[in-house]
Design a protein around this ligand. Structure first.
Ligand code: GAR
Length: 212
């Protein structure tokens, strides 16, 4: 059994994926502990979820800082103080500063509500993704967990699952079907990362040992 990884989850909204991670860690024996939840929005419901589990929270609103450097400095300091091994982005709407990426190489993952590399990139988040999938006429969508790199939504894929698009789907019904899949996918991805089970070569990842 590997040593438990100390995890920070970055959120901006309702935090249903944060909840799935908290429950997944408890249910699936994932060697990880969420010790910090960071939001860029004080009103995020995700912060309330974290507090109800006794998890430390921190709000970092870029508007409260004297420029992006001061924001990055303060965020890095807080994450370092918490001795974080892994960062999970769960509906976090800001692009991470390069200095944070450099401080956690291959240690930051993100969940995205499509089958990347389709329907990713700048401006593709939340309902924008599901609207674009329906407008494209694609018959399948899905969810992806990937390692965060400088390329938005372009890092190595940790795991992925397909979700069919129904003829009568609206962005809302498709979003809900994808979200249900996200909630089982993200704990699986965290397990792979926490157990150091992945070999990464370029954009490809492979499982070194079975963890299912
Ligand atoms: C999730 O669907 C997640 O995949 C998406 O935001 C939602 C957050 O929901 N993330 C992105 O679109 C990132 N590009 P949650 O706050 O309930 O976890």
């Amino acid at each position: 059994m590997s040593k438990k990884k100390r995890v920070a989850v970055f959120v901006s909204g309702r935090g249903s994926n944060l909840q799935a991670l908290i429950e997944g860690i408890a249910k699936n024996g994932i060697p990880a502990e969420i010790v910090l939840v960071v939001s860029n929005k004080p009103e995020s419901f995700a912060l309330k979820r974290a507090e109800s589990y006794g998890i430390a929270t921190a709000v970092f609103s870029p508007a409260d800082f004297n420029g992006p450097e001061a924001f990055t400095e303060a965020l890095l300091k807080r994450v370092r103080e918490a001795d974080i091994d892994l960062i999970c982005l769960a509906g976090f709407t800001r692009i991470l500063p390069s200095r944070l990426l450099a401080a956690f190489p291959q240690r930051i993952i993100n969940i995205h509500p499509s089958l990347l590399p389709a329907f990713g990139g700048k401006g593709m988040y939340g309902m924008h993704v599901h609207r674009a999938v329906l407008a494209s006429g694609a018959k399948f969508s899905g969810a992806t967990v990937h390692i965060v790199t400088e390329e938005i939504d372009g890092g190595p894929i940790v795991c992925q699952e397909v979700v069919p698009v129904d003829d009568d789907d609206t962005p809302e019904t498709l979003a809900q079907r994808v979200l249900d899949v996200e909630h089982r996918l993200y704990p699986r991805a965290l397990k792979l990362m926490a157990e150091d089970a992945l070999e990464i070569s370029g954009l490809r990842t492979r499982i070194k040992q079975r963890v299912d």
